[in-house]
Ligand binder design. Structure first.
Ligand code: GDP
Length: 297
């Protein structure tokens, strides 16, 4: 399970101090050392770890804590709160237009789960938020991406717009917008092309689409199994496209957690959804507090 090792180690570090009647600077430092090591081993970004430990230390060594009735419990809470701050202060949501049609561009490297996530988000918005959704197949590069989206669309009973693989993505997007307007859709989700690596052609195509669609959200899918690479990819996409949110996929695997824990504080972009399986229902809105509970056991 994802985060298993990190979660084990952090809870052990916490137990170390909560078992102590009195909190001394020595056992606090031992605990912080353990926290630092467990975060680094979970592949959390070095600067993020450094700041995290410094913040916990500063708060924990404050007079209020040291003189309180149960200092160790307060320190455990401080660690919990800091993990939650890393993951995001509050639940982030899709920004729907107050009136008219909302548009989302899904972007990401090939294989991260972008096409599947497009369908999962469509299902989520249709069922939970009662939106009239149109999916648009703009990944005309990866063979079979269009058929994949059409199959998923049938499964979740959401219409899929496509002009086939011979019409370019921008042109497809333009016609899709007219189509969706005519049919008074509330939400249009564009599945775009990915590449194995970020390259200029990909970014140019996405920028052109962005200029045309002027999306309300640009959501980047990142694979939790790729660890700190999430941060690099998110930074690059953010610089070029100003992404508005992240979908972290494959949390059902045994990801160590470093990417998810680092990405928010490095990019300042919130995680909106996490995906934990291949099926269309395997998507959850992201709750930083619940994830912090899960990580800290
Ligand atoms: P794309 O190239 O980014 O559009 O990626 P796809 O949506 O085609 O997904 C690539 C592969 O990852 C497919 O086999 C998906 O079933 C699988 N996949 C996507 N999301 C998840 C997930 O959350 N967990 C698991 N285990 N597999 C996933």
């Amino acid at each position: 399970m994802a985060f298993e090792s990190l979660s084990d180690r952090l809870s052990k570090a916490m137990r170390k101090i909560s078992g102590q009647g009195k909190l001394t600077e020595k056992n606090m430092n031992d605990m912080l050392k353990e926290v630092r090591m467990s975060l680094l081993e979970a592949d959390v970004n070095y600067d993020v770890v450094k700041n995290f430990v410094a913040d916990v230390k500063e708060k924990a060594l404050g007079q209020e804590v040291m003189e309180s009735l149960n200092p160790s419990q307060m320190v455990v809470k401080i660690v919990h709160d800091e993990v939650q701050t890393l993951l995001g202060e509050e639940d982030a949501q899709i920004h729907f237009k107050k009136q008219g049609m909302t548009t989302i561009m899904m972007v990401g490297l090939q294989g991260t789960g972008k096409t599947t996530a497009s369908a999962k988000i469509a299902k989520y918005c249709k069922e939970k938020l009662k939106k009239r959704v149109l999916l648009v197949a703009c990944d005309v590069v990866r063979p079979a991406a269009i058929e994949q989206l059409q199959t998923l669309g049938k499964e979740i009973d959401v219409e899929v717009f496509s002009l086939g693989a011979n019409v370019n993505a921008v042109q497809t997007a333009r016609q899709a917008l007219d189509y969706a307007n005519d049919r008074q859709k509330d939400l249009v989700i564009f599945d775009t092309a990915g590449r194995l690596h970020i390259d200029e052609a990909l970014m140019q195509e996405l920028s052109d689409m962005k200029a045309l669609v002027q999306p309300d959200e640009i959501l980047l899918t990142v694979d939790a199994m790729t660890g700190q690479d999430i941060v690099t990819v998110a930074k690059d996409f953010n610089e070029q496209l100003s992404i508005t949110g992240l979908v972290v996929t494959k949390l059902d695997g045994d990801a160590r957690g470093g990417g998810l824990l680092s990405v928010r504080s490095i990019t300042q972009v919130p995680v909106l959804f996490v995906s934990n399986g291949e099926k269309v229902d395997d998507l959850e809105a992201f709750h930083p507090d619940r994830m912090a509970d899960r990580i800290l056991g």
